[in-house]
Ligand binder design. Structure first.
Ligand code: DGT
Ligand code: CA
Ligand code: CA
Ligand code: ZN
Length: 576
């Protein structure tokens, strides 16, 4: 599948084109950026679309005109795009690396190159150490310190990839092993199974009668870049996506013990093993053994916890945060499941910065078996996202009303907005307009660098307005890209409790905001949480499982989830 790579190239072209800013380049940059987004979110391999329908089929994709279709065709037929190669000669800069740093866009990257011949992060690091940045007029000491912080953030995430990338790969590998790899059983373990927001590698456990054939099949899969080690019990490969994957072959009588061990976390395992020792038992990845060395459990993970006097603990809770004490008292809560989610309260259409029409979103929501969803486009001050003003919302809502008339028996569409919380905490749409809406999200998209007191006050202002139902992506962090803004979540949760405002668990793979720790901390307040996809196209509804996983890692039950309510109750909860 070439989609990712093509999207990457289109993005780089856009970055390089944005350097010489002219009226035409502005338009071109937008077109390339938009096309990259479209290609990246395609469900089908783009080479298949091209094989079936040629250039014309490419031109049918939203946002892809003749020129862009030709560029994609050029790549698919020749393996390179002339325009891209030319630009890369002109700017021999590793844009991908440098622009992945917070605060560095294409223009800054070029400036760094022109002034200091900086081409990549290593060069930048050196320049910082030698205090060269502060000598450049456009930068100064402040920039030097900001770049330094950005590099730190980048390095802390290095080597880990998003759960949203790892889980689909892990599932696809499991399916292949089951179909063709001579495997009887295969499961995901490790941090992926625990639904951790980023993962260091993919861990897979399998039962097979034909170890060699299974390992051969595994190392020869198309996902594999190279083989790191190959053995009878364990094989490790490096995947093309930039992460390694362990396959362990397990005997069926030990499968439960291996699951318990390799799902982890390590900290959880250490505590569970202590419980075994207290009971004069020994626990390892092969089984649970009594003092005579006789195996008393091993095949089934549930049975192992039971024999230790513990209630079964969902993998998402296994972080040694008190779950073992709860399990000993048989008080593990029944956590929310994806199947509890009745609808999605944060979605976009192409009228602001989404890809699909409201009709297409409704169709996709139906296929996801939702009872309802809210359409919540951006508001006017968010210009880069085509934010909508009052009159555009009114026009758009007429459409939604019509659609509700026709599909309302099957699915209810709530009229809403993701209204910008402006610098002073006021909202970016007229009060009367907001009052008429069914579901209003408030969120921050500007002035991220305020001090804590000011930022907290800004948000509380918005919550206290009585006009918003949900505070969306409450910390603003983007994993490996942008730090959370400085905000006191306790105070925000207090205000949310007072005003019956829900806090969002945004399911977008690089957001997951609130994160697991935030949820764990603020769940002591009497507030609800809304697990939303923030869908910008019809395929994004599938992100909800990452939000649910994060909610489970924060120990939430379905009673705490606003959009686990059936439609009638939801409407009551949204009435103020
Ligand atoms: P990751 O890969 O960094 O995202 O995190 P994990 O949790 O997947 O860690 P990984 O892949 O190193 O190991 C998988 C599991 O194996 C881990 O969650 C617990 C178990 N494990 C690994 N090393 C140890 C160890 O030294 N002691 C114990 N008790 N368990 C271990
Ligand atoms: Ca792992
Ligand atoms: Ca591992
Ligand atoms: Zn949004």
């Amino acid at each position: 599948m070439e989609n990712k790579l093509i999207a990457f190239i289109l993005n780089e072209i856009a970055d390089m084109l944005s350097i010489d800013e002219t009226e035409t380049s502005k338009f071109e940059v937008r077109a390339y950026k938009n096309a990259a987004l479209v290609v990246e979110s395609l469900q089908e391999p783009i080479e298949e679309i091209y094989q079936k329908g040629g250039k014309e089929a490419l031109m049918e994709l939203p946002g892809i005109g003749k020129g862009l279709a030709e560029k994609i065709e050029e790549y698919l037929t020749k393996g390179r795009i002339e325009k891209y190669e030319k630009l890369r000669k002109k700017y021999p800069i590793n844009f991908f690396e440098l622009t992945s740093l917070e605060g560095i866009g294409a223009k800054t990257a070029v400036l760094l190159y022109q002034k200091l011949k900086i081409k990549n992060i290593a060069d930048l690091k050196k320049a910082i150490e030698e205090h060269k940045i502060r000598e450049v007029p456009n930068f100064g000491i402040k920039s030097e310190e900001e770049f330094k912080r950005s590099i730190k953030l980048f390095e802390s995430g290095k080597g880990r990839i998003l759960l949203g990338e790892a889980l689909p790969i892990a599932e696809s590998i499991i399916n292949k092993l089951l179909e063709n790899g001579k495997v009887k059983k295969a499961v995901i373990a490790g941090s992926v199974r625990r639904m951790k927001e980023t993962v260091g590698d993919i861990d897979i456990l399998a039962i097979t009668g034909e170890i060699e054939k299974t390992m051969d099949y595994f190392t020869e899969m198309e996902e594999v870049q190279n083989v790191i080690s190959k053995g009878q019990a364990k094989t490790t490969v490096w995947l093309k996506t930039g992460i390694s994957c362990d396959l362990r072959v397990i005997k069926s009588e030990s499968f439960g013990a291996a699951q318990q061990y390799f799902i982890g976390s390590k900290e959880h395992n250490i505590e569970v093993r202590k419980i075994a020792l207290k009971n004069k038992l020994k626990l390892n990845e092969y089984g649970l053994f009594d003092s005579n060395g006789k195996m008393i459990s091993g095949e089934d993970e549930h049975d192992i916890y039971e024999k230790l006097g513990l209630q079964y603990i969902p993998p998402e809770m296994r972080e040694n945060k008190g779950e073992i004490e709860l399990a000993a008292k048989h008080k593990i809560p029944k956590l929310v499941e994806l199947s509890d989610i009745k609808g999605d309260l944060h979605t976009h259409t192409k009228d602001s910065d989404g890809i699909n029409s409201i009709e297409e979103m409704a169709e996709a929501a139906l296929q996801n078996k939702f009872e309802y969803f809210a359409t919540t486009n951006h508001t006017k001050s968010l210009k880069i996202a085509h934010g909508m003003n009052e009159s555009r919302f009114r026009e758009f809502f007429k459409n939604v009303d019509k659609l509700n008339d026709s599909v309302g028996k099957k699915i209810k569409i709530l009229k809403g907005a993701e209204v910008d919380i402006l610098r002073d905490g006021s909202l970016d749409l007229e009060k009367d307009m907001l009052k008429e809406m069914d579901c209003v999200l408030g969120s921050i998209h500007s002035f991220f660098k305020m001090g804590q007191e000011e930022m907290t006050k800004r948000v509380i202002n918005a919550i206290d307005s009585g006009l918003i139902h949900i505070f969306a992506h409450p910390t603003g962090r983007i994993i490996n890209e942008r730090m959370a803004y400085n905000i006191n979540l306790d105070k925000v949760a207090e205000a949310a409790e007072r005003n019956k405002v829900a806090l969002e668990i945004n399911s977008f793979p690089n957001r997951l905001d609130l994160n697991d720790a935030n949820i764990f901390n603020v769940s002591k307040y009497k507030i609800l949480f809304s697990i939303d996809s923030d869908a910008h196209n019809t395929s994004h509804f599938q992100f909800l499982r990452y939000g649910v996983g994060t909610a489970k890692r924060g120990w939430l039950t379905k009673e705490r989830i606003l959009n686990a309510k059936p439609y009638n109750e939801l409407i009551k909860a949204l009435k103020k």
